[in-house]
Design a protein around this ligand. Structure first.
Ligand SMILES: *[C@@H]1O[C@H](CO)[C@@H](O)[C@H](O)[C@H]1NC(C)=O
Length: 386
C-alpha cells in the first residue's frame, strides 16, 4: 500500500454528492478567507520584473512612462511661422495658448531674433508658454544671434524690428542687463540643454520600488544652437552654460556695445564665442560622415552616459532635417522656418515610452519629422527589452 495514498481512493462510499458539494463549499470559503489574509501572488506570466538582485515586484500598466519632446530650430523674427509650427505640433491652440499635455516638452535651439520683425512677440510667446506650461516643459537655448544682439552686432536686425521697440535706444535698453529681454535670457535661456527622453522622477520611482533594474540609464538628447565640439563637451554641460552666461552678462552690461567681445572676456569666454564654440560650431553639418560621427560619439560620451542624440540648429538645410550616423546620433533641424529663408516649417519630435510587457519592460523610441502640409514622417524607430 503506498504511504501517501489519498483518502478518497479508499472511501468512495463516504463521498456522496451532497457531501461532495458541502466539501466544495467549505474549501471555497477557506480559500476565500486565506486569499483575503494573503493577497494572491501574481500568476506566472504576469508583469514581473526581476532586477537581478533576487527580488521582484509586479509592474502594472499604470507604471507606463511616456514623454514627447518637440524641438524647433531657428525662428528668426517670424511669429506667424513659429505659431504655425507649434500648432502643427499640438503645443498651442488657435489663441496661441499652451495646449500641450503633461507629457510634452518644447525646446527651442535658439535664434529667435534677427532677419524678421517679430522679436518682441517671439520672446513674449516663449515667456507666456513657460508660464502656462511650467519651466520644465519649455526650454530655450541661446543662439549666436541672441549673443550678437547683446554684443551690439546688429547687422541682421530689420528696420521693422527696431521700429517695433520704438527706436534703437529702446531696443538696446530691452537687450541690456536690466532690460526685459536681457533678464529673460539670463533667467530662462541656456547655451545648451540635456533633456531626459523619459521623466526621470518616474524612472527613479520605479527603481526605488524594485520594479526597474537599477542600471537602466534614462535616454537623453542634448540640444544646442551650433554644436558641442568634444573639446567643449569635455568641460561638461554646466561649465558650458556658466561660461555662456558670464559672456552674455558682460555683453549685456556694455556701455557702448561695439559688436565685438568685451575686452574683459576671459580665455574660456573667447573660446565659447569662437568657431568651435557651441554658438557657432558647424562641424556636425560639414564634416564628412566618418569624422562627424566620430566627433559626435566623443561629445556624447563626455556629455553623459544617457546622451544618445545631439540636436542642433544654426546651419540651414531648407529641404528638411538631416539625420546622420547609424543609429542617428546627429540631428540638424534648422530648415529655415522663417519667411526670411522660406524653408520648411518643421519640428522634430522624440516620442519615448517605457511599458511593462510580458514580464519585462519594453522601451520604445520614435523620432518623427513634422513638416507643415505633409504627413508626419517616422525617421527612426527602435524598441528594446529592458
Ligand atoms: C522666467 O520664466 C518664468 C516662468 O517660468 C517667469 O515667471 C519669469 O518671469 C521669467 N524670468 C524673466 C526674467 O523673464
Amino acid at each position: 500500500m503506498p504511504r501517501l495514498e489519498s483518502p478518497i481512493r479508499n472511501s468512495r462510499k463516504v463521498f456522496t454528492p451532497l457531501r461532495l458539494a458541502s466539501l466544495a463549499l467549505l474549501t471555497f470559503l477557506l480559500y476565500s478567507f486565506l486569499r483575503h489574509q494573503h493577497p494572491a501572488e501574481p500568476a506566472s506570466g504576469a508583469q514581473i520584473h526581476h532586477d537581478g538582485h533576487g527580488f521582484a515586484s509586479p509592474a502594472s500598466h499604470g507604471d507606463r512612462l511616456h514623454r514627447r519632446i518637440v524641438a524647433v530650430a531657428d525662428l528668426h523674427g517670424d511669429l506667424s511661422h513659429a505659431r504655425s509650427v507649434l500648432q502643427m505640433a499640438k503645443l498651442i491652440d488657435n489663441q496661441g495658448k499652451w495646449s500641450g499635455s503633461e507629457h510634452d516638452v518644447l525646446v527651442s535651439t535658439g535664434d529667435l531674433v534677427d532677419r524678421g520683425d517679430d522679436t518682441i512677440a517671439l520672446y513674449h510667446l516663449f515667456d507666456e508658454l513657460r508660464k502656462e506650461a511650467g519651466p520644465d516643459r519649455v526650454k530655450n537655448c541661446l543662439g549666436n544671434h541672441e549673443v550678437m544682439n547683446a554684443l551690439g552686432d546688429w547687422r541682421y536686425v530689420t528696420p521693422g524690428d527696431v521700429e517695433s521697440f520704438g527706436g534703437v535706444a529702446a531696443r538696446r535698453r530691452a537687450m541690456s542687463i536690466e532690460g526685459w529681454i536681457g533678464q529673460a535670457w539670463l533667467a530662462n535661456y541656456s547655451v545648451s540643454h540635456t533633456i531626459d527622453l523619459l521623466p526621470e522622477q518616474g524612472i527613479q520611482a520605479l527603481k526605488a520600488a524594485g520594479k526597474l533594474r537599477n542600471d537602466y540609464v534614462t535616454p537623453q538628447a542634448n540640444f544646442v544652437h551650433g554644436g558641442i565640439h568634444p573639446k567643449a563637451a569635455f568641460a561638461g554641460l554646466s561649465r558650458i552654460n556658466a561660461v555662456g552666461h558670464s559672456l552674455l552678462s558682460k555683453a549685456l552690461s556694455l556701455e557702448k556695445p561695439t559688436g565685438r567681445l568685451p575686452p574683459t572676456a576671459t580665455e574660456e569666454e573667447q573660446q565659447a564665442w569662437a568657431e568651435l564654440g557651441p554658438f557657432w560650431y558647424r562641424g556636425y553639418a560639414y564634416e564628412d560622415e566618418v569624422e562627424a560621427c566620430k566627433l559626435a560619439d566623443e561629445a556624447r560620451k563626455r556629455l553623459g552616459p544617457g546622451v544618445d542624440y545631439l540636436v542642433m540648429g544654426h546651419t540651414p538645410h531648407l529641404d528638411g532635417f538631416v539625420h546622420r550616423c547609424d543609429p542617428p546620433s546627429i540631428h540638424l533641424i534648422d530648415t529655415g522656418i522663417s519667411k526670411a529663408y522660406g524653408g520648411e516649417q518643421s519640428a522634430l519630435v522624440f516620442e519615448t515610452s517605457l511599458e511593462p510587457q510580458d514580464g519585462h519592460w519594453s522601451e520604445h523610441r520614435r523620432l518623427i519629422a513634422l513638416y507643415r502640409g505633409r504627413r508626419p514622417k517616422t525617421v527612426y524607430r527602435v524598441s528594446r527589452e529592458i
